[in-house]
Design a protein around this ligand. Structure first.
Ligand SMILES: Nc1ncnc2c1ncn2[C@@H]1O[C@H](COP(=O)(O)OP(=O)(O)OP(=O)(O)O)[C@@H](O)[C@H]1O
Ligand SMILES: Nc1nc2c(c(=O)[nH]1)N=C(CO)CN2
Ligand SMILES: [Mg+2]
Length: 407
């Protein structure tokens, strides 16, 4: 990981007993590194020894010299694997699915190539797209737009706080905060206005004990909004344009080291409804266009293990194309160059469901949405993005029981 142009090296974890305080222990470890003649010329590059403190009992340390738990743990399988061997009984993250990751890591044959682990936050178990019995994550939509079709504006912090607590109680492990609608033809708001809608929501979620551990995603295609959101505590940037609408987006997320969702779309929300021609086939074209966004993201410094893909249901697609994509998720997941990356699928209440079922009112499209969620999970989705969190969490649990069994 990080610097791949270097010799192979060995990683291990060990448990020690010490009377040293955390900073004293760091001093001791650094003295050993120095004694061994450590030279570090490239950040994360070759060095003859590296001694890090991963955990210190259950203590948390946060100062300019030391962060414990080590902030690199959630994205480093070379750390997770020896840790899982060492402390199989200790869940390292707040949420339950971590146990599954730990069991999975413990089952791996030593020496197997590293598999893929996508961190969502520093407290939530990462996505493990290659684990057959992984649980699908539910991303709950929190619209902070006054024009949203789902639930209107939310100015009142107390009711907002109840809303997010409810989302989490009902099964959301990720909250997707949006300050501007990307539905076809909705008005654009200024970046300042958009940031002023999402930042207070992020701060609020981080301040409520019950929701502090969820991952916060921000639905934006603007780099300046992403930067402010991350500064307020967001973990994931959900960019419906996959970085194409703002040249600063990919470098910003790369620099800040966060996870990004790259969604397939064409044009912008104003023009996309006309851009539905796929003469070389829908699935091959969506795959190829996503491959080029992945390449752009990596070139901008975003780590491959911090990328989530999304077929972009309802974006530059006809109703029939949305259905075809839902049917083809397995093929997309297996596409050469895209294997091992996690997928998010967002179908919730969208108009193709209205078209098929004849339900005009978006908020009444719950049953139709349920069928799409089941289909997405059958196709291998790792995250589903929904409005009706309670109902769709039940659909997810049931779909996982059917499709995410180990055999
Ligand atoms: N838990 C920790 N263990 C060790 N060093 C830490 C920890 N938290 C913060 N640091 C700081 O990180 C600095 C850089 O560490 P080092 O040069 O070993 O980087 P590295 O090992 O390449 O990176 P990483 O620690 O991310 O693997 C150290 O000087 C130390 O002050
Ligand atoms: N990642 C992702 N983000 C979205 C999606 C979607 O399908 N996927 N749909 C939206 C419009 O409802 C808004 N944002
Ligand atoms: Mg180190």
């Amino acid at each position: 990981m990080y610097v791949t142009d270097q010799d192979r090296f060995i990683n291990g974890a060990c448990e020690v007993e010490t009377e040293l305080e955390p900073l004293g222990l760091l001093d001791e470890l650094q003295a050993i590194e120095n004694d061994m003649g450590r030279k570090k010329l490239i950040d994360k590059g070759p060095r003859n020894i590296d001694l890090d403190i991963l955990l210190y009992g259950d203590e948390k340390v946060q100062n300019e010299r030391l962060n414990v738990p080590h902030i690199g743990i959630p994205e480093r399988e070379f750390v997770l694997r020896p840790l899982a061997e060492l402390i199989p009984s200790k869940p390292l993250y707040a949420s339950q699915p971590w146990k599954l990751v730990q069991d999975y890591l413990n089952d791996l044959t030593p020496g197997e190539p590293l598999s893929s682990i996508t961190p969502l936050s520093s407290t939530l178990a990462p996505l493990t797209p290659l684990v057959p019995d992984r649980k699908t994550s539910v991303m709950g939509i929190l619209n902070m737009t006054p024009d949203s079709f789902s639930d209107g504006g939310r100015n009142n912090l107390e009711s907002l706080s109840n809303t997010v607590i409810e989302l989490v109680r009902n099964g959301a492990s990720i909250i997707d905060v949006g300050g501007q609608s990307t539905a076809p033809g909705r008005p654009e708001v200024s970046a300042e206005e958009e940031a002023s809608r999402v930042v207070p929501a992020i701060e609020l979620i981080r301040s409520i004990p019950e929701t502090r551990h969820v991952a916060i995603s921000v639905d934006t295609y603007r780099a300046s909004v992403a930067e402010k959101a991350i500064a307020s505590g967001a973990d994931i940037i959900n960019d419906v344009s996959a970085g194409a609408l703002d040249a600063d987006m990919l470098p910003t997320v790369g620099r800040l080291g966060k996870t990004i969702c790259l969604m397939h779309m064409r044009g912008n929300p104003q023009t996309m409804t006309k851009l539905t021609s796929y003469p070389d086939g829908l699935v091959p074209t969506v795959a190829a266009e996503l491959l080029s966004r992945v390449a752009a993201a990596e070139a901008a410094g975003i780590r491959r293990w911090r990328i989530i893909l999304d077929p972009g249901i309802g974006f530059a697609k006809t109703g029939a194309q949305n259905l075809e994509l839902l049917r083809s998720l397995e093929e997309l997941r297996a596409w050469p160059g895209l294997q091992g990356l996690p997928w998010l699928v967002g179908t919730s209440r969208k108009s193709f469901i209205g078209k098929v079922t004849g339900v005009e009112e978006a908020s009444q499209r719950v049953w139709g949405t349920a069928a799409t969620v089941a289909a997405a999970i059958q196709g291998g989705a790792d995250v589903i993005r929904v409005h009706d969190v309670r109902e769709m969490s039940l659909v997810t649990t049931m779909s996982d029981a059917i499709w995410r069994a180990r055999d």
